[in-house]
Design a protein around this ligand. Structure first.
Ligand code: UFG
Length: 342
């Protein structure tokens, strides 16, 4: 049985879908603060489309602050390995309210690791982030790049990476920390997708703005702000490495299989950069609708360009992203928006 903490969230739900399609038994632990109960039902429906033998995941509403409840989970289920997604992940909020981030992300993970140790479980795949690098000194970013986060969110992920290393040395913990670049897109069956409240990410904001525009009165209710047009990039807007959420899900599955052979950190991205203006242009092409935009000042803490070298993930996991064309990624996100249930 796999324990998936944060399995009702965006990347977590897509990963559980993939795992149960592969006939893995999963128990989801989620406090449902950012995660969504509907995602648990819908990921199962989607898995059934691809594999009618998929088993519904178990679900336990538990917060990582609750050590007693965590211990009970490990007693109730025979857990072989843990995948840990649960975290607060708004960069801006982490700057204004770091207490919330250190408490939930760092202390919560410490509680989880200690519960694992107490239960004799020594395998974990952890959701880290390219935010641990800070401002790139060169691109593409490889795993050896200096880690110097520029916001508390990135700090929390880096602290956890260090905890994992110390627990490996002292207690024989086997871990893989996956440093995601920009997770994007949705389940190809459009049953689950990106659903944050509030939403701050570029692709869903663009699609939501377009969707509102296509509503009856055709008047845009939200306008997408392009944060900064004076960056040192070809069109002046920030470049990001958008990685399909289904490809992230696959990487977790492969990482679980490699935990006996490798402990360490791996970048997950495509190595392909897409600017903010290009994302908007592609969304307009995919949807056939114009996106209402306005130019705005730079957002604090945004590096001009973030691009992954995924060479190490290819070597260690045998992983290569399958959906690398930004049009295909945005198309899955659009289909989800059209079919959206939560
Ligand atoms: N952007 C806009 N307008 C918006 C929203 C975003 O112009 O309304 C721009 C941002 O400035 C950035 C790009 O679109 O240049 C992508 O922004 P997102 O908010 O979608 O994603 P980020 O790159 O800021 O954040 C992602 C993850 C974080 C992670 C971070 C690492 O979502 O969890 O990468 O830098 F910490």
């Amino acid at each position: 049985m796999l324990l998936v903490v944060g399995g009702a969230g965006y990347i977590g739900s897509h990963t559980v879908k993939h795992l149960i399609e592969q006939n893995q038994e999963c128990v989801i632990v989620d406090n449902l603060v950012s995660g969504n109960q509907a995602a648990v039902e819908n990921l199962y429906n989607s898995a059934l489309i691809n594999n009618p033998k998929s088993q519904a995941p178990h679900f336990e509403k538990v917060d990582l602050a609750d050590c007693l409840a965590l211990a009970k989970i490990f007693k109730k289920h025979q857990i072989s390995a843990v995948i840990h997604f649960a975290a607060y992940a708004y960069v801006g909020e982490s700057v204004t309210n770091p207490r919330k981030y250190y408490l939930n992300n760092v202390v919560g993970t410490l509680n989880l690791l200690n519960a694992m140790l107490d239960a004799g479980v020594n395998k974990i795949v952890f959701s880290s982030s390219c935010a641990t690098y800070g401002n790139p000194q060169y691109t593409p970013l490889d795993e050896k790049h200096l880690q110097n986060p520029i916001n508390p969110y990135g700090q929390t992920k880096l602290i956890i990476e260090k905890m994992l290393t110390d627990y490996r040395v002292a207690y024989g913990l086997k871990y893989i920390a996956l440093r995601y670049f920009n997770a994007a897109g949705a389940d190809k069956n459009a049953q689950i997708g990106e659903s944050h409240n509030p939403e701050t990410h570029l692709i869903p904001l663009v699609l939501e703005a377009i969707l509102q525009r296509t509503a009856a009165d055709k008047k845009p209710k939200s306008v997408v702000k392009i944060f900064g047009t004076d960056y040192d990039t070809p069109d002046g807007t920030c470049i990001r490495d958008y990685i399909a959420v289904d490809d992230l899900a696959l990487a977790h599955y492969l990482a679980l299989e490699q935990l006996d052979n490798f402990s360490g950190c791996l970048n997950l991205g495509t190595g392909i950069g897409t600017s903010v203006k290009r994302v908007i242009a592609v969304a307009e092409e995919v949807t056939g609708q114009a996106c209402p935009v306005e130019y705005a000042p730079r957002r604090v803490g945004d590096p001009p360009i973030l691009l992954a070298s995924n060479k190490m993930a290819q070597e260690v996991l045998g992983w290569t992203p399958k959906t690398i064309d930004i049009r295909d990624i945005i198309r899955t996100a659009w289909n989800w928006q059209l079919n959206r249930k939560f």
